[in-house]
Design a protein around this ligand. Sequence first.
Ligand code: CLR
Length: 263
Amino acid sequence: SGSEMGFRPFDPERSFFSYPTSLHIEELSASIVRSHRETTQYRAEELQALRWKVFSREEIHAYQSKSVDEMWQHCAVRLTDAVQYVVEFAKRIPGFRQLCQNDQIALLKSGSMEVVLVRMSRMFNTENNTVFFDCKFAGTELFKSLACGDLIAALFDFAHNLCALRLTEQQMAVFTALVLLNADRPCLEDRERVQRVRRDVELALSHILHKDNQESLLHKLYQRVPVLKSLCALHIEKLRWFRQLYPLTVHSLFPPLYKELFG
Ligand code: CLR
């Protein structure tokens, strides 16, 4: 019965044998939300308080004066930090660690950057189109020396549009779990198992949106998924271009995890 369940440790495989109850789904949401909270570098309130901190003209100029490879390396390190937190988040999603190692890696390879981009919207200020980077808010012009203005513009555009949905932390937490648990990823050994873990997270998202009286968000969120995929493809394309120009920088100065995931 439901009341009995509350005292048992959370068992992600429970839904294998029995129909998921709303208590099971509530526990799952709560667990994902906690994992999200524990693995985002900054809390929403902290970010709110930092909104006024923007880079000065001189600071922007200093970033713009960096060489292409220096700026790429710098951003690759920052991006890898963010990915590392997403890996930690994934490990704390009920059911994720029970997937075989190969499938965990396959999901992270294709999904971690997508989650970073969803998380980017928490770090985005739509009033001046800036993102929190190196402890202050930065506009697209700060990234000029990367020489991939189209990618940067597309990433900022995505963050801006996602911000417009005004997701709560709970909604974002469960949505990012869903982004990771994508049973259509290439190279999965046990798709059915991923699908089973995913199914309960889908129920959790519907449940949250129902409680928030925002069911129309579901469709809007699912609409962003192919956009995420194309942004990640563009990122990989830019990395290939950069690697051709600066193979040694990538080889010896980029974080190993970055190369493992995108290289
Ligand atoms: C995303 C949300 C994470 C924290 C975080 C860390 C690094 C940031 C990233 C966020 C947003 C995108 C970002 C990145 C560093 C560089 C990258 C600003 C805020 C820009 C867009 C440049 C990408 C360059 C690639 C071509 C390497 O919780």
